[in-house]
Design a protein around this ligand. Sequence first.
Ligand code: HEC
Ligand code: HEC
Ligand code: HEC
Ligand code: HEC
Ligand code: HEC
Length: 174
Amino acid sequence: MSFAIKYVLVLSLIFFLLGSSPQVASSQAEGAKQTIVQPIEFSHKKHAAQGLDCDFCHSNLEPGEKMSIPDAALCMDCHQAVATDKSSIKKLSQYATSKKTVPWIPVYSLPAFVFWSHRTHLSAKQPCEACHGKVVDMEVVQKTNVTTMDGCVDCHDKKDASAGCRTCHESRTS
Ligand code: HEC
Ligand code: HEC
Ligand code: HEC
Ligand code: HEC
Ligand code: HEC
C-alpha cells in the first residue's frame, strides 16, 4: 500500500469517527456558484460564437495528463485587429509583447493523491462536455462536480469503467 492511500484511508476513518466528512463542506461550496475573477475577462460563449472549437485553444499535452491553456500570442492572431481599443485587449497585448504568461486562475484541480489523465478519457471518446458542462454557453467557466469522488464514480458506474479504489488511488507504475 502506498503512503498516499494509507493517508486517505486513515483520514476517512478519522472523519467517519468524528461523524463529519470534509466532502460535505466542499460539495456545498461547489454547489454555490463560485465566481472566479480572471485577470482578463475571457468569455467562452463569445468565442464559441466565432466558431472556435475547443481544440483551437486546448490541446492534450504530453504525457497526456493535462490540457494546455493558450498563450496570449495565439489570442493576438485576432486581437492584433479585433477590439484593440478595449482595456482588456490592451492588457492582453502587453502580456503578448512581453512574452509573459497570463496568470489565469485554475478553475478545476484534483488533489495529488488521485490518479488522473485526460488522455485516457479522450481515447475512451468522452466529450469535454460530459465533464465540464456546456462551456460554449458560459461567459465565465463554472465548475462541475467532476473533481469530486462522486463525480468520477457516477460516470464510471454508468460506463462500466472500473470503480475499484485502486483505479484512482494507486500509482500505475507500482
Ligand atoms: C479562444 C480560445 C479558447 C477556446 C476556443 C476554448 N477555450 Fe477553454 N479556456 C481558454 C482560456 C484563455 C482559459 C482560461 C481562462 C478561463 O478560465 O476562462 C480557458 C479555460 C477553460 C477551462 C477551465 C480550466 C481551469 O481549470 O482553469 C475549461 C474546462 C475549458 N476552458 C474548456 C473548454 C472547452 C470545453 C472548450 C470548447 C467548448 C473551450 N474551452 C474552448 C481559452 C479557450
Ligand atoms: C478567431 C479570432 C479570435 C481569437 C483567436 C480570440 N478572440 Fe477574443 N474576441 C474575438 C472577437 C470577434 C471578439 C468580439 C466578440 C463580441 O463582442 O461578441 C472578441 C472579444 C474578446 C474580449 C472582449 C473584449 C471587449 O471588452 O469587448 C476579450 C477580453 C477577448 N476576446 C480575449 C481573448 C483571449 C484572452 C483570447 C485567447 C485565449 C482570444 N480573445 C482569442 C475574436 C477572437
Ligand atoms: C472525464 C472527464 C473529463 C473530460 C472528458 C475532459 N476533462 Fe478537462 N478536466 C477534468 C478534470 C478532472 C480536470 C482537473 C485535472 C487536474 O486537476 O489535474 C480537468 C482540467 C481541465 C483543464 C485545466 C488544465 C488541466 O489539464 O488541469 C482544461 C483546460 C480542460 N480540463 C479542458 C478540457 C477540454 C478542452 C476537454 C475536451 C477536449 C476536456 N477537458 C475533457 C475532467 C475532464
Ligand atoms: C464522463 C464519464 C467519466 C468521468 C466523469 C470520469 N471517468 Fe474515468 N473513465 C471513463 C471511461 C469511459 C474510462 C475508460 C474505461 C476503459 O477504457 O475501460 C475511464 C477510465 C479511467 C481510468 C483508467 C482506468 C484503467 O483501468 O486504465 C482512470 C484512472 C480514471 N478513469 C480516473 C477518473 C477520475 C479520477 C475521474 C474524476 C476526476 C474520472 N475518471 C471521471 C469515464 C469517466
Ligand atoms: C473513479 C475515481 C475514483 C475511485 C474509483 C475512487 N475514488 Fe476516492 N477519490 C476520488 C477523487 C477525485 C477524490 C478527491 C475528492 C475531493 O477532493 O473532493 C477522492 C477522495 C477520496 C478520499 C479522501 C477523503 C474524501 O472523501 O474526500 C478517500 C478516503 C477515498 N477517496 C477513498 C476511496 C475508496 C476507499 C475507494 C474505493 C471504494 C475510492 N476512493 C474509489 C476518486 C476516486
